[in-house]
Design a protein around this ligand. Sequence first.
Ligand code: ADP
Length: 375
Amino acid sequence: MLRVGILGGGQLGRMLLQAAANYPVETWLMEKEEDCPAAHLCHHFVKGDIRDFEQVYQFGKGLDAVTIEIESVNEAALEKLESEGVKVYPRAAALSIIKDKISQKQFYKAGGIPTAEFQVTHDLGELRKLGSWLPAVHKVAAGGYDGRGVRILRTTEDLEKGFDEPAVLEKLVSIDKEVAQMIAVNEKGETALYPPVEMIFNPSLNLLDYQISPAELPQQTLWKIEAISLRVVKDLKSPGIFAVELFVSRQGEVFVNETAPRVHNSGHHTIEGNFSSQFDMLWRVILGYPLGNADSILPGAIVNLIGEAGHNGEAHYEGLDEVLQMDNVFVHIYGKKETRAGRKMGHVTILSKEKQELVHKAHRIKQALKIVSKS
Ligand code: ADP
């Protein structure tokens, strides 16, 4: 039986382990929180810091393969493990291109992959000279996620709100739709593409509000998305699973925003909605089985369950009964004890042939289901 380690024990690790239960694989998990969402589903839990070289190296030594559920891992340790014969998904080289937004943008540019025009800035002094680039989006090179580390700068006064650390300044794209394309790549370089997903954001939280798959776009745009995403993963030269996030502009252009080299929140509906889920697919890649069928069984929507504002403490799920009575609706609670405003606590997948029904149910679920702390 192959011995496989996962770095990071959040909900992505949890769902990956749920899928692992169907395969002959022995699983290890490293995370510093013993009570994390994935801890109770692995065979072997190792308490540790995934950002620490020595701890990651010791964790991976002796395993057949290691994968990640988050980018903020020690990639130098992964490189060393790789050089010693441990299979790493994604390859350490691909991860290090992606981990830093500067190198990620330079990678797209070097490969002729369409992405918003950008400038690198190292500090506020450099940023202040780029008034002619506005309106633009300033993004920290390292450590930002879920919209933290991203600021929209419209006027020269806004430049003062930029980051005084290495960052990229991107031209503001006039976005019509935000789309994600999941792709699996096996060791032979064969690929499986999921139907693209359309993401709808909640502007106040900068978190995903809900999403729908397949994205509703003209066939030509879908082809562009597919071709561009394939170029991204081919150039990354790594097996694994990837979520390529793209913008479709009002003019119909397609730009890559960023790529996640791992299972991703835009693919949760694939658990019930597609023949092979993103989690199942990654195990097929790691364990050397044939790629699965990425096609959708039925169109799907995902509603994220986010901790209510003003509620911090032990999580309670109001309205769960109502949602559990709905047809073709699948509830996933991540098992986090404490809720906080804006924290991702779970998701609900809805399947239906009718787009209107997906949207209608998504709104009903958002209204019915609240994650609160008992006061
Ligand atoms: P994170 O990695 O933190 O999710 P992103 O790079 O995805 O950050 O940016 C967060 C959001 O900011 C995007 O989903 C998009 O809505 C907006 N955004 C990012 N870059 C641009 C851009 N060049 N033009 C317009 N909007 C952008």
